[in-house]
Design a protein around this ligand. Structure first.
Ligand SMILES: Nc1nc2c(c(=O)[nH]1)N[C@H]1C(S)=C(S)[C@@H](COP(=O)(O)O)O[C@H]1N2
Ligand SMILES: [Mo]
Length: 209
């Protein structure tokens, strides 16, 4: 994003030049130095030997279920990204590692015309994302944060990370990806939050759709 919305006085040097740090935040976000765990309900206890990721719904062919061994044999990548919660705080410079979301889609592609995805997690949490957002080159199913395995409260064993969308789009303890022809509202989308959730366009609430 080049339009630098939200860049304020604090981000400029005395002569008005933009400083390298701190960097621009999306509109109306404030910095939070640490990533504090935020979620609805309790932290699930997951047995990784029983964990799996299912890709289903409007798939071409059969649904695919990846167990931990199959999932962790997929290609890996690192993404340096900022986290933006819709509750208006951002934490910068996190390094996520895991499987590119595009690899997961490639293993079980959607039917033509299925442009939406419902991503579901333990305990009934879900989020609605567009297929094009899941196909972002920076989207990943993360297993590590800053070089360490995810802690249970940050989503161990696997969470979805979509850096250009608000944090609620990325379920922790992710379990299932379902393609759909029409958008299905997930947990926050059915409680007044935006179907797309682009941080730079400040798509926070459903009434903006
Ligand atoms: N399963 C699940 N995933 C979730 C949530 C949740 O309540 N349950 N909250 C989301 C929200 S609103 C945010 S901002 C991030 C917070 O990530 P963190 O706990 O690692 O800071 O997780 C997202 N993923
Ligand atoms: Mo959030």
């Amino acid at each position: 994003m080049t339009s630098a919305p939200g860049r304020g006085e604090a981000d400029r040097g005395r002569h008005g030049r933009a400083l390298a740090e701190p960097r621009t935040l999306p509109p109306h976000q404030r910095r939070s130095s640490t990533l504090r765990p935020v979620h609805y309900g309790r932290v699930p206890r997951i047995d990784r030997a029983r964990w799996s990721l299912t890709i289903g719904g409007a798939v071409t062919g059969e649904p695919v279920r990846l167990d931990w061994e199959e999932f962790s044999s997929l290609p890996l990548m690192d993404v340096r990204a900022d986290h933006h919660c819709v509750a208006k705080y951002s934490t910068q410079d996190l390094v996520w590692s895991g499987v590119p979301a595009r690899e997961v889609v490639r293993l079980a592609p959607p039917e033509p015309g299925a442009e939406h995805v419902l991503v579901s997690a333990a305990y009934g949490y879900s989020s609605s994302v567009r297929l094009e957002d899941l196909l972002s080159p920076r989207a990943l199913f993360a297993t590590h944060l800053d070089g360490e395995p995810l802690t249970p409260e940050h989503g161990w064993p696997v969470r979805l990370v979509l850096p250009h969308l608000y944090g609620f789009k990325g379920p922790k303890w992710v379990a299932e990806v379902d393609y759909c022809h029409e958008p299905q509202r997930g947990f926050w989308e059915s409680r007044g939050y935006h179907l797309v959730g682009d941080v730079w366009r400040e798509e926070r609430y459903a009434y903006q759709e």
